[in-house]
Design a protein around this ligand. Structure first.
Ligand SMILES: C[S@@+](CC[C@H](N)C(=O)[O-])C[C@H]1O[C@@H](n2cnc3c(N)ncnc32)[C@H](O)[C@@H]1O
Length: 218
């Protein structure tokens, strides 16, 4: 998926992935990561997610990374935050209070960008990417993340022959192939999401699962 794909999505406001509310799985399962407040959380491919606000409100400073300047500007404007902005290398930093977003390409990250993070929150990030990029995404995360980092990961599973994605279906087997053995992978929760997500039924799906994992880097 080329950067232009995402830039165009934001330019055309085709952002159906954005949730006005705080993600229910984040609220329900974040506590299972056993990260004390004060620890910084990395949110790859963060869009303008309101989940950044929830994490900061719970006492976790956050570092997001996002490709689209439209998304980053919208996040701060819509939440009436006045960020400091500066450029460092491949990224433009936007920072207000405990929320920092690196505007730029996730694949250009270096370890120093996330060295102070002990947690990762991935909702609609891994599943935003096609298969080859998913491998590259995981390699990049592993390359830049400090050892022992814990992650809350939310995925979707559905019949990929019915819809092309994104979001892409990522099975539990694939999560394990991508992340094990460098991480322990624990499935925390599975939800039949079709009942509450009628837009997917309208697009032809007959089943849709959401899965929540806790991952810990070994
Ligand atoms: C499906 S959206 C999910 C956004 C967010 N996680 C959420 O829950 O709303 C994927 C986001 O990743 C961004 N993105 C895609 N490729 C990227 C890259 N290489 N580097 C940084 N951001 C990227 C897109 O612009 C888009 O905002």
């Amino acid at each position: 998926m080329e950067p232009s794909f995402w830039h165009e999505r934001w330019e055309r406001a085709e952002t159906g992935f954005h949730q006005q509310h705080i993600n229910v799985h984040l609220q329900q399962f974040w506590g299972q990561l056993q990260l004390p407040p004060g620890q910084r959380v990395f949110v790859p491919l963060c869009g303008k997610s309101n989940d950044l606000l929830w994490l900061a409100g719970e006492g976790y400073p956050v570092t997001g990374v996002e490709l689209s300047p439209i998304a980053v500007e919208a996040f701060f404007t819509e939440n009436r935050l006045s960020p400091r902005r500066w450029r460092e290398g491949a990224f433009e930093y936007w920072e207000a209070d405990e929320i920092r977003i690196l505007l730029g390409d996730f694949f250009c990250l270096e370890p120093h960008h996330v060295m102070d993070c002990t947690g990762i929150y991935d909702r609609a990030s891994l599943i935003a990417l096609p298969p080859a990029l998913r491998e590259r995404y995981v390699h990049t995360l592993d390359r830049v993340s400090p050892g022992g980092i814990q992650m809350l990961l939310v995925t979707m599973e559905y019949d990929q022959t019915v819809l092309t994605g994104p979001p892409f279906a990522v099975s539990e087997a694939e999560v394990r192939t991508l992340y094990e053995p460098a991480h322990t992978v624990e499935l925390l929760y599975t939800r039949d999401a079709l009942a509450e997500e009628s837009r997917w039924r309208e697009r032809g799906l007959t089943w849709l699962l959401e899965k929540v994992y806790r991952l810990t880097q070994c």
